[in-house]
Design a protein around this ligand. Structure first.
Ligand code: 5GP
Length: 203
């Protein structure tokens, strides 16, 4: 029998490099999967339905809320984003770690209702560095950049709610820090209980 997997919340401001970090982490860990969220925002070029997001109309999303199908949801930038609960239960039961890459309001809702999770806030070396990264993307207007910086400040002010803060100064280092957290958290008694009980049963 395998031990249960762990639920990992990963948040961080836009431009913190969460996406890149998660991609690398998933390539390096067969024991970890990423939850696919539902959203009402339009797909960006290259984004696939059911892969990057489950793209929904507002009515469809509100139906998911009514049915109680979401572990959490939040409105962000005028759109709904939410985490379907069923796949998470299955993965955890199979012993997989599940990453929720979600913004802080949704993250805080999950923290308020569950204690069996690990939360990680990805941070940046400075606001100046964040501004530089957002400008380097070259895709945003000045207004949008200022808007994202303001949101980032508000998000950073909620970092105290998280168990861990990972600095993304270099992607490789940030990924390594997250491996360290996951590897240590896997050894908590609550997550090793099955192993201990099996040893006892066969003694
Ligand atoms: P984007 O539109 O850039 O893909 O995502 C915008 C924000 O929504 C990001 O901070 C992302 O982490 C967050 N997000 C994505 N999926 C979910 C979700 O299921 N729930 C919540 N609360 N936030 C989400």
């Amino acid at each position: 029998m395998s031990n249960r997997g762990m639920l990992i919340i990963l948040s961080g401001p836009s431009g913190s490099g969460k996406g890149t970090i998660i991609k690398r982490l998933l390539q390096e860990r067969a024991d970890t999967v990423l939850s696919v969220s539902a959203t009402t925002r339009a797909p960006r070029p290259g984004e696939l339905n059911n892969v990057h997001y489950y793209f929904k109309t507002r009515d469809e999303f509100e139906e998911l809320i009514r049915r109680g199908a979401l572990l959490e949801y939040a409105e962000y930038n005028g759109n709904y984003y939410g985490t379907p609960e069923e796949p998470i239960k299955e993965w955890l039961a199979q012993g997989k770690n599940v990453i929720l890459e979600i913004e802080v309001q949704g993250a805080e809702k999950v923290m308020d209702h569950r204690s069996d999770l690990v939360s990680i806030f990805i941070t940046i070396p400075s606001m100046q560095e964040l501004e530089r990264r957002l400008r380097d993307r070259g895709t945003e207007t000045e207004d949008k950049i200022q808007g994202r910086l303001a949101v980032a400040r508000r998000e950073l002010a909620r970092a105290f709610r998280y168990d861990y803060v990972v600095l993304n100064d270099e992607v490789e280092f940030a990924v390594e820090r997250i491996h360290t957290i996951i590897n240590a958290e896997k050894m908590r008694y609550s997550r090793m209980e099955k192993t201990v009980l099996e040893v006892l049963e066969n003694a």
